[in-house]
Design a protein around this ligand. Structure first.
Ligand SMILES: *Cc1c(COP(=O)(O)O)cnc(C)c1O
Length: 354
């Protein structure tokens, strides 16, 4: 049923990828004058006058140990954003094909579609924030190339039911992309171990959240070797800088520290949810498998403005479908969370006096 070749855009199937100097010469030599780099050096130390490894071999080896999956199943992008965009450019014919999203969800699936002139179809989540499989199925036609499933979902914080995801994987002939940006904060199992069962599965993860490296811009896609080959064909040759590769390698040695941060953030999330629930201004704190909470309040605009006056910025999601009255609040440090609670208590006190 699943045929990667027929999903691909014709121009990508025919594409002869750029071959860099580093691709064409492997091996050792004394003198490298093949890539028009600055032979004298750089204002920075060491390697920075040289182009980085286009295949990020060392980073992929280290990551594949951490993730328990072969490096041939791994693609690295300049943030998940690049992993998202390449799927559009490789699989979606502008003005013809369509993709399906499950809003409320991460905004980049739609923005990237718009940039690539690809139609977006919306299967809005049900009131429990789970997938609406009946609606989803109705939206699919022969030009549907991608289904985006964010789990745990941003901004709702919940994980999608595993069985529902499996139903989509088993029935949709296009690619099913599961965005697991927040998986490290969740009790649920990642789908990266299921790649051999699903040739149409792409799993996205990122160094931006649990790894604490949003500034580095390093996203990951996990998929079959055939899909990874497509990614590699379409990507800019040097999409991951030397600095990013070096720093990522260092960070990947610190899994213990990262696991500690994850445990701490999950504990702080629980404490914050408990304290928020007790505030009169708070209507509902939704369960979260991520490092943020979706919180329904009496008057989202007023709470947002009050917090801003106190120097605290949260995300107003009240205009988003199914999120009326909701703010999205990232779990802060213990002190930041305390300040947030105090600021919201002051709002309650002010409201009573008014
Ligand atoms: C934060 C986030 C990302 C991360 O994007 P990067 O480009 O890797 O920083 C991806 N997906 C979702 C759903 C997110 O919330």
């Amino acid at each position: 049923m699943f045929q990667l070749d027929s999903l691909l855009r014709d121009n990508i199937r025919r594409l002869v990828p750029y071959s860099s100097a580093r691709d064409e010469f492997h091996g050792s030599a004394q003198i490298f004058i093949d890539a028009n780099e600055n032979s004298l050096g750089s204002p920075l130390t060491r390697w920075y006058n040289r182009y980085p490894d286009p295949h990020q071999v060392r980073v992929k080896e280290a990551l594949s140990k951490v993730k328990g999956i072969g490096p041939q199943h791994l693609f690295l992008g300049n943030g998940s954003d690049e992993c998202i965009d390449i799927l559009y450019r490789a699989f979606c014919n502008p003005g013809k094909d369509n993709v399906i999203i499950n809003p409320p969800t991460y905004g980049m699936y739609e923005v990237s579609a718009n940039i690539n002139d690809v139609e977006v179809r919306r299967a809005v989540l049900m009131d429990d924030f789970q997938l609406d499989l009946i609606h989803l199925e109705r939206l699919v036609d022969e030009n549907s190339k991608l289904i985006w499933i964010c789990s745990p979902n941003n901004p709702t914080g919940n994980s999608m039911n595993r069985q529902d995801i499996e139903i989509v994987l088993n029935n949709f002939p296009g690619l099913v992309v599961i965005d697991e940006a927040y998986i490290n904060f969740s009790r649920h199992r990642s789908f990266i171990q299921e790649l051999s069962d699903y040739p149409n599965l792409v799993v996205l993860q990122t160094m931006s959240k649990a790894w604490g490296l949003a500034g580095l811009r390093l996203g990951m896609a996990f998929a079959s070797e055939a899909i990874i080959e497509v990614y590699n064909k379409v990507k800019p040759p040097y999409n991951i800088s030397q600095a990013t590769q070096e720093l990522a390698l260092k960070a990947l040695e610190e899994t213990e520290q990262v696991n500690d941060m994850i445990r701490t953030l999950v504990a702080l999330r629980g404490e914050l949810a408990g304290k928020l629930t007790q505030l009169p201004v708070v209507r509902q704190v939704f369960p979260s498998d991520a490092n943020f909470l979706l919180v329904r309040v009496a008057d989202a605009g007023a709470v947002y403005a009050h917090l801003l006056e106190e120097g605290i910025v949260v995300r107003d999601r009240s205009k988003v479908e199914r999120c009326a009255g909701c703010l999205r609040i990232t779990v802060g440090t213990e002190r930041e969370n305390d300040e947030l609670i105090r600021a919201m208590q002051r709002l309650d006190a002010d409201a009573r006096h008014a």
